[in-house]
Design a protein around this ligand. Structure first.
Ligand code: SAH
Ligand code: SF4
Length: 396
């Protein structure tokens, strides 16, 4: 599938065997409870056990009658993942490799826990940009295995799309993440910035948000959820409509002229900058909120002062904060991050134009837990596509 087809592509199979129980809402559990001869209120209890008390299997649901637990066990209810390997970085970042219960190495995914005391607090209106001590943890989660969008600098893009994750598979990453936390740590933010384009898997992404924010479960505030997208305009509109601007939006821009952007993000052919701007302008921002603009800096491609000025012009009229991400090196991709001096000059230029601009620190790069690095070593189900990437790189 080419990236230009991606947004209209019907939802591909998730690859999940059986029913996606972890993606069910309480009303669906109530209907199921009735179907096995139990009262509807059991639906709420099951949902609470799974998402509030983090019961990994029915045996742990001690307030439920034995017969109901037996029904749940027979149906195969439980977390779709188990922790396979954990790597811990010197800076406290932890990368979890998750595998399905059948151990299929091709179906593994990765998720990352990032203690927040090391994070720029760009998303917090009260501390904007400051660092503070905190027990809060952010988790970076995956929405697909691989990605269809084919951005030239991204490890997931080089893999191509293997499959969508189901809502339950997305949610269960956070369940496993939460049980891994060490007291008094707590999970405070969730960023859909791991493997995949969450808005290409819109239905499952939206359902996962509904489950995660449900007051009977984890009850995470929607504003603590960041959906990062390469710019699938109709799906940004759908997100805006379905969640009324409560979900935090991050847009991967990376260039403010169509020619450069199309070369590095093929999706720009389908939704060029003019369409993206109009879409961001109509995103229903809540009071004191903003859109995060992500801009990966690549030496010689999009990191000049003229690029910074073009970006400042393009952003005019939008309520945004800018995150600059010096490129993380990706195997077989001959692109480099600019020098720190060039990054700083780019940042200065934008700040002088009146924008809040943060340079994202590389986190966990000693364990390949940095942005865009979650794919290559996660046992790709099919080989990477060096030829396709090379063709696009030749255009740069
Ligand atoms: N598909 C979504 C979310 C996952 S990628 C998106 O593109 O927004 C999360 C972020 O990591 C995006 O901003 C992406 O552009 C960035 N990224 C990917 N590969 C990178 C790399 N090698 N170096 C720096 N940033 C990268
Ligand atoms: Fe997909 Fe995002 Fe990587 Fe682009 S940057 S290939 S959209 S995961």
């Amino acid at each position: 599938m080419s990236p230009s087809d991606a947004a209209s592509e019907p939802v591909a199979p998730t690859g999940l065997e059986g029913v996606d129980y972890l993606g069910w809402l309480p009303e669906e559990w109530s209907a199921w409870a009735r179907s096995v001869g139990e009262p509807a209120y059991r639906g709420r209890q099951i949902f609470e056990w799974l998402h509030r008390h983090l019961a990994a299997e029915p045996a742990a649901m001690s307030s439920l009658p034995e017969s109901l637990r037996a029904h749940l066990t027979a149906a195969g209810v439980g977390w779709p993942w188990r922790l396979s390997v954990e790597s811990k970085s010197d800076d406290g970042t932890r990368k979890l490799l998750l595998e399905p219960h059948n151990g299929d190495p091709k179906a593994r995914i990765e998720t990352v826990l990032l203690p927040e005391q090391l994070v720029n607090f760009e998303d917090d209106p009260y501390t904007g940009g400051l660092r503070k001590e905190s027990d809060a943890v952010s988790q970076c989660i995956s929405s697909q295995v691989g990605c269809a969008m084919g951005c030239v600098f991204c490890a997931s893009g080089a893999l191509g799309l293997t499959r969508h994750l189901s809502a339950g598979e997305i949610v269960a990453q956070t369940s496993l993440g939460r049980v891994q936390l060490e007291a008094p740590q707590h999970l405070r933010r969730l960023v859909y910035m791991g493997m995949g384009e969450p808005l290409h898997n819109y239905e499952q992404t939206a359902r996962s948000i509904r489950v995660l924010t449900h007051p009977w479960g984890f009850a995470l505030g929607a504003r603590r959820i960041t959906i990062s997208t390469s710019g699938l305009v109709p799906k940004i509109d759908a997100l805006a409509q379905d969640f009324e601007g409560h979900v935090h939006l991050a847009v991967s821009l990376h260039a403010a002229d169509n020619e450069t952007r199309t070369k590095i993000l093929p999706i720009n052919q389908r939704y060029p900058l003019e369409d993206l701007y109009a879409c961001l302008k109509r995103y229903p921002l809540r009071r004191r909120r903003w859109i995060t603009i992500e801009y990966t800096l690549i030496e010689g491609i999009n990191d000049g002062l003229a690029d910074a000025r073009a970006l400042a012009r393009w952003l005019r009229g939008l309520c945004v904060k800018v995150n600059l991400i010096p490129l993380n090196p990706v195997d077989h991709v001959p692109l480099k991050a600019p020098s720190p001096a060039r990054v700083h000059a780019f940042q200065r230029q934008l700040m002088d134009a009146g924008y809040s601009v943060y340079v994202r620190k590389q986190r966990g790069d000693d364990i390949d837990a940095a942005c865009g690095q979650l794919a290559m070593r996660a046992a790709p189900a099919r080989p990477a596509r060096p030829a396709a990437t090379a063709r696009r790189l030749a255009l740069l």
